[in-house]
Design a binder for this molecule. Structure first.
Ligand code: PM9
Length: 469
């Protein structure tokens, strides 16, 4: 966003999808029926859906026209070659294995690279990523800078790796026990925070010295590239596309959830430069995903993704995308709402510890806050705190992340600035009524990735209040 300049969506709206307002009373009831878990709400009962930016993008007319030329041959679809070309062109890797979504790529990568007893360092955990690493016998080691765990620390590149932490791990366990470094650009669980180009270069240099591959989680790499353009010296005149190319020159491969940056509703891939690794990935993709020329995607989905990849690097689009998130963040900052600073790329993250100081972490304040926001304004958000962090695989004890957050996630090209105003009003009203929110306890907890399906009930009844819509 140009300094203090007004901005608007760089598109016109051609098709609309009506959304329904519910009553306050209905929403308190829906929340109880969903066990205070926003994942378990019905979409039809949600007014503004900010659960996730994953698979929720609005596709362009160009992408929809691509859907009509889907080549649904079982093997060798034309759309696969379009997707392969687009990934090679924009991400720069030699070999691409398509998957149905990001975790399909994580499954294959973890299976082919990890041996039991290995350690995988990464810049903060992500739920599905760590799950697949642990399932294959590795221990995840967090090597992100300390500031990333502090919601109030203002740092332009809060996703950076602390190189000393990486060196210490190499000294402690030996490079041969580290199959790869997992580098997320941007870092979802830290608040959508970027990694600087300098840091990527340094991580690669250190890893090269020790013959450790660097694999990116490229899920939101375009957002990372935009932050580099805006914040890192020497990049202001470069396009996001050029910046991406340099970012990937410091990686040996990446996993990708196409459901985010690539502006599609389904799809993903694993990409790499090593032919040997590609051979192994090809052997597994047929087991878990499908032919190496579709990997769980329909031909039409691959075409939409190939076209989305070119749209995502349009500088006007990405500027709008991030500006919309900043707009909401700024409104909340002005209202004195505690949020993660600086505002990240895909979402505004509320700091539930400071929002609900009266609820201890073991009573799931972020879970309770997400439930309250839905009940107030029909706005659906996601817990990203102790529930998402799950349990330690060895001790069975809850992980206790320093960040106890609610993610207010903005889908791409879906909502307008007016929707952001409504969301801000809702969160402000919840803040006013925050003492009425009480802690929760588990009614059901799945053994893995529990946040998706867990059910809760209040420890003491909540005093319900009048909401904003
Ligand atoms: N992220 C999100 O809402 C989807 C549901 S929560 C598990 O943020 C990263 C950084 C992600 C991510 C999904 C995946 C997995 C990998 N890395 O959902 O399997 O944010 O396509 O991607 C979600 P898939």
């Amino acid at each position: 966003m140009g300094k203090d300049r007004i901005f608007a969506e760089p598109f016109r709206i051609k098709v609309v999808e009506p959304i329904k307002m519910s009553t306050q009373q209905e929403r308190w009831g829906n929340m109880k029926d969903a066990g205070y878990n926003t994942f378990l709400l019905k979409s039809k009962d949600v007014y503004i859906d900010l659960l996730t930016d994953s698979g929720t993008s609005a596709m362009s007319d160009n992408q929809w026209s691509g859907i009509m030329i889907g080549d649904e041959a079982y093997a060798g679809s034309e759309n696969w070659f379009a997707l392969e070309d687009a990934v090679r062109d924009i991400y720069g890797f030699k070999y691409i294995t398509p998957t149905h979504q990001g975790r399909g790529a994580e499954n294959i990568l973890s299976t082919i690279m990890i041996n039991p007893g290995d350690y995988v360092p990464g810049n903060m955990y992500f739920t599905t990523t760590r799950f697949h690493q642990e399932k294959n016998g590795a221990t995840f080691v967090d090597i992100i800078i300390d500031q990333a765990h502090n919601s109030e620390a203002e740092d332009p590149f809060k996703g950076n790796v602390d190189l000393q932490k990486l060196r210490d791990l190499i000294d402690r366990v030996g490079a041969e026990k580290i199959p790869y470094v997992s580098l997320a650009v941007t870092v979802n669980m830290a608040g959508g925070q970027p990694v600087s180009m300098k840091n990527m270069r340094e991580v690669k240099e250190l890893c090269t010295q020790h013959k450790i591959p660097v694999m990116y989680d490229a899920t939101r790499c375009v957002e990372n590239a935009y932050f580099i353009q805006q914040r890192e010296a020497g990049y202001a005149a470069k396009s996001v596309r050029e910046i991406l190319k340099e970012m990937f020159s410091y990686a040996d491969g990446c996993t990708m959830s196409g459901k985010k940056d690539c502006l599609v509703n389904i799809g993903g891939f694993l990409a790499m430069n090593s032919e040997e690794l590609y051979q192994k990935a090809t052997e597994l993709v047929v087991v878990y995903e499908g032919m190496p020329s579709y990997g769980g995607m329909a031909g039409r989905d691959m075409e939409a993704m190939a076209r989305g990849i070119y749209e995502m690097v349009d500088d006007a689009y990405i500027k709008y995308r991030i500006s919309q998130v900043q707009y909401l963040g700024q409104k909340l900052i002005e209202a004195g709402i505690p949020i993660v600073r600086p505002v990240g790329g895909h979402a505004v993250f509320l700091d539930a510890r400071r929002f609900l100081e009266h609820i201890p972490q073991e009573q799931f304040p972020a879970q309770a806050l997400a439930a309250a926001i839905y009940a107030d304004g029909g706005v659906r958000t996601m817990e990203r705190g102790i529930v998402s962090a799950g349990r330690d695989k060895n001790t069975g004890e809850n992980h206790q992340p320093k960040l106890e957050l609610v993610r207010v996630t903005i889908p791409r090209r879906v909502y307008t600035l007016s929707h952001m105003d409504v969301v801000a009003e809702c969160i402000k009203n919840v803040y006013t009524n925050r003492q009425k929110i009480k802690g929760l306890k588990f009614v059901y907890e799945a053994p893995q990735l529990r946040f998706f399906t867990a059910r809760f009930k209040p420890i003491v009844p909540w005093e319900e209040w009048e909401g904003t819509v």
